[in-house]
Design a protein around this ligand. Structure first.
Ligand SMILES: Cc1cc2nc3c(=O)[nH]c(=O)nc-3n(C[C@H](O)[C@H](O)[C@H](O)COP(=O)(O)OP(=O)(O)OC[C@H]3O[C@@H](n4cnc5c(N)ncnc54)[C@H](O)[C@@H]3O)c2cc1C
Ligand code: FES
Length: 382
């Protein structure tokens, strides 16, 4: 263990650098003023990095430039599986769904949940995808919530003024931790990518969900939260020169908005085609239609945006208000499958939303569209 320079440590009683990502504990004791050395063994060799007290191993490694494997960053997917070789780990969220992928009797654990109680050596199987290394390095930020707005009865949007500013790529997300809610939650940035002081998010209520209940209970303007990001590999890379297919369920449209802003702003649709399918249940659940309509109207012929309502046809008045959009009936992946038949040449697909919708879309893209894994990017919101 290495004693950290006291100048870099918050005073007694002040929030730690990673407060809110550490099981709710926010006070440093003298004994905590030590940073741990974590050695990661991979097929490519061993690397050592520092890990703050109560900091998740994944976040510590990523912020120091290690290309560690991960997907959700918040305990659900199991992608960040690693194995203890030596040293004491502190268990994180016991009920994390990602633990179902582990053989815990063999020392396996989730890098995004566990913290270290001393210097540790861990083994990470396989290779982390190479593109992680080419994306902006994540860091801790303080966020101040603003522009809180209800978009539908169960969807809110808000901005976060982040300090320091963040540089992100369209399609990425950040993990946000709010006062009184244990653990972080991943939210995809909606706004234009690049270096920015302001992030924009859209959150859909999850019945019984802890952060949902917190955010829907009151207008949260001016609340401060902790943010770690940017994260995520489901990103738009214009240099790939691919046509774009987006399939989104509910708030899954968040990252697609950023991709459309990015691609549209750069004139990408002058030379490429874009197909967007946005699924919700009923006409009362739609949001962002003005912005989507403006994207489609700015790229006539090359960017087609369809809104799929799973519980019945769209009212004529809604169609008349949004002439640049197409309205269809059915589950969004089925609507996309029917519309896209024969149009999969040179496509990269982005999928985001609730797990059953994402699974349906992935099945369709693999079995029917025959897209390769490198051309399918997804975020499963659960
Ligand atoms: C990559 C990604 C991007 C996402 N983007 C969006 C988005 O843009 N908009 C949107 O509405 N939703 C998004 N989600 C879903 C979002 O992160 C939340 O799962 C959702 O808002 C429900 O949160 P909740 O607190 O209401 O529900 P809860 O059921 O209370 O919590 C849901 C999630 O929070 C984490 N969690 C819960 N309890 C703990 C704990 N004790 N310790 C640590 N972690 C815990 C877990 O990841 C869990 O799955 C995204 C998810 C992922 C993985
Ligand atoms: S990245 Fe750790 S469980 Fe998903």
């Amino acid at each position: 263990m290495t004693k950290r320079g006291l100048a870099s440590v918050a005073p007694e009683g002040a929030p730690s650098n990673n407060a809110g990502f550490a099981g709710g504990r926010t006070t440093l004791t003298y004994a905590d003023r030590l940073s741990m050395k974590i050695t990661v063994q991979t097929k490519a060799g061993a690397r050592t990095f520092d890990c703050d007290p109560n900091e998740k191993l994944l976040y510590a490694g990523l912020r120091q430039g290690l290309a560690l494997p991960y997907e959700c960053g918040t305990g659900t997917c199991g992608t960040c599986k690693a194995r203890t070789v030596s040293g004491p780990l502190k268990p994180g969220w016991r009920a994390a769904p990602g633990r179902s992928y582990l053989k815990e009797d063999r020392g396996e654990f989730l890098l995004c949940q566990e913290t270290a109680a001393g210097d540790c050596t861990v083994h990470v199987p396989g290779h982390a995808p190479a593109e992680i290394a080419s994306l902006p390095r994540p860091a801790y930020h303080t966020g101040t919530l603003g522009a809180y707005a209800r978009l539908t009865s169960d969807v809110v949007s808000f901005t976060l003024a982040v300090d320091p500013g963040m540089n992100f790529v369209s399609g990425q997300f950040a993990v946000c931790a709010v006062p009184g809610v244990e653990g972080g939650r991943a939210y995809s940035m909606v706004n234009d990518p690049g270096q920015t002081q302001t992030l924009e998010f859209v959150v859909k209520a999850k019945p019984g969900g802890k952060l949902s209940e917190w955010i829907f209970a009151a207008n949260r303007d001016r609340t401060r939260m902790r943010v770690f990001g940017p994260l995520g590999r489901a990103v738009f890379r214009p240099e790939e020169n691919k046509n774009i297919l987006c399939i989104a369920g509910g708030s899954g449209i968040a990252g697609m908005m950023s991709i459309l802003a990015d691609a549209g702003g750069a004139g990408y649709f002058a030379g490429h085609r874009g197909h967007v399918f946005f699924g919700v249940r009923t006409a009362a659940d739609v949001f962002y239609l003005d912005r989507l309509g403006a994207f489609a109207a700015a790229c006539p012929g090359n960017l087609e945006i369809a809104v799929a309502l799973s519980e019945g046809p769209a009212p004529e008045a809604l169609k008349a208000r949004h002439p640049a959009l197409r309205f269809q009936t059915g589950f969004v992946h089925a609507v996309a499958a029917a519309a896209m038949a024969g149009k999969y040449e040179n496509i990269v697909a982005f999928v985001a939303g609730p797990p059953p919708m994402v699974d349906g879309a992935l099945r369709m893209l693999i079995m029917e569209a025959r897209l390769s894994a490198k051309d399918i990017r997804y975020d499963k919101f659960g």
